[in-house]
Design a protein around this ligand. Structure first.
Ligand SMILES: *[C@@H]1O[C@H](CO)[C@@H](O)[C@H](O)[C@H]1NC(C)=O
Length: 389
């Protein structure tokens, strides 16, 4: 999937961030917060027009950087740092290839003018990228005396399983007016986030949905640390948009999250695990295609030599990996969550059906779509090279 679009979304409460932050006058620092992993300090940000302000903490690390041998490995716990971490700038976006809009005329054959304008606004904020990208941001209401701990809203960004970043969304207005702590998170994307060459996820369950593991790790971080920001770990709502909503739906039924009490409520906006593009149907087919393009020989016996393939991909540069171009059938995904037996069970569809028939979900669930949700896809002129017969 190249570009997922929902021109009008409920995520509108969270607005594109870059301009707003740039406009912030002098930043007064917050007191130092002692997290489980070290000390950090953010800054106060005024919420224009409302006479309110929030304490903002940007670029807070929540996991060990998934680099080197940690590429294609489940998210690892953070080590403690020494000194005060100044949480005043967003962490880099995870490695991603941005939609090509350099030629406006050509771009307009694939998308509406409004969509092009929003992409033009987004892309500069996505240019700073690094594989060391597992950071989150917090927006905390600033009241002299909160009457109780604040509920927490964690936002999983959408756009695509291949691009997007927490830094595109400013949680300050929602935090100040809703009197909730808003947390936005980065998670691994593309091949680095979802490479799954496992031919037998039933016989050998192995994590492949690294992006989902990152989301779970961030939710663990919230459980461990949100009290120090006056948040209530017992009142966490996760909100996902588009591909982020699909991820969240998978987390709701994931055995990797079961019983951990990471969140109490889920809000799915413009996406779910049952969206046709939500899960990759034949992950091995695409994994083999990617491996070939990267010059990694695909072992005859992929079941036995699974690790050999991962080793080869760990040797490639991020740029090489981003160059991989997979043939993606229209309306479907070639990269994204797929059955790995650990985060997504082979019988996940039955799980969902059962949930529906029993009229009972493990968490409170709110979902919604807009009337123009996939308008963008239909506006796009068909490109025969991207359709597999
Ligand atoms: C931009 O795209 C249009 C339409 O595809 C094409 O005719 C034109 O030559 C392109 N311009 C440049 C500068 O590449």
């Amino acid at each position: 999937m190249q570009v997922r679009a929902s021109p009008l979304t409920m995520a509108g409460v969270i607005v594109a961030a870059a301009a707003l932050l740039a406009a912030t006058e002098t930043r007064s620092p917050t007191p130092i917060i002692n997290t489980k992993y070290g000390q950090l300090r953010g800054f106060y940000q005024s919420v224009d027009g409302y006479g309110l302000r929030v304490a903002t903490y940007l670029g807070v690390p929540y996991a060990t950087p998934p680099v080197g041998a940690n590429r294609f490995s489940p998210t690892r716990t953070l080590s403690q740092w020494v000194g005060v971490h100044e949480a005043v700038t967003f962490g880099p976006a995870c490695p991603q290839r941005l939609p090509d809009i350099s030629n406006e005329t050509a771009a307009l054959t694939r998308m509406s003018r409004g969509r092009l304008r929003s992409l033009q606004r987004y892309l500069p904020a996505l240019k700073r990228q690094s594989e060391d990208c597992l950071y989150l941001n917090l927006y905390v209401p600033d009241e002299a005396k909160p009457s109780a701990a604040y509920p927490v809203v964690v936002f999983l960004h959408g756009e695509s399983y291949e691009w997007g970043s927490a830094s595109l969304y400013d949680g300050s207005v929602l935090a100040a007016l809703g009197r909730v702590i808003v947390v936005t998170i980065n998670y691994r994307l593309g091949i680095l986030g979802f490479f799954n060459p496992n031919v037998d996820p039933v016989g050998r369950a192995t994590v492949a949905n690294y992006g989902l593991m990152d989301q779970l790790a961030a939710l663990h971080w919230v459980q461990e640390n949100i009290v120090r920001f006056s948040g209530d770990p017992g009142h966490v709502t996760v909100m996902g948009h588009g591909t982020g909503a699909a991820c969240l739906n998978f987390l709701v039924i994931s055995p990797a999250a079961a019983g951990a009490g990471l969140f109490k409520r889920a809000i799915l906006m413009s996406g779910s695990a049952l969206s046709p593009w939500a899960a990759v149907q034949e992950p091995v087919y695409y994994a083999v295609q990617a491996a070939r393009q990267l010059g990694c020989s695909v072992p005859e016996n992929l079941y036995r030599h699974y690790e050999t393939l991962l080793h080869c991909l760990r040797d490639r540069t991020v740029d090489q990996i981003l160059q991989v171009d997979l043939e993606t059938p229209q309306f479907l995904s070639s990269i994204g969550p797929s059955v790995d037996g650990v985060t997504i069970r082979p019988d996940w569809k039955e799980q969902l059906e059962k949930m529906g028939s029993e009229d009972r979900t493990p968490v409170d669930l709110l979902m919604g779509v807009t009337t123009t949700d996939i308008l963008e896809v239909f506006q796009r002129r068909r490109d025969p090279t991207r359709i597999r017969s």
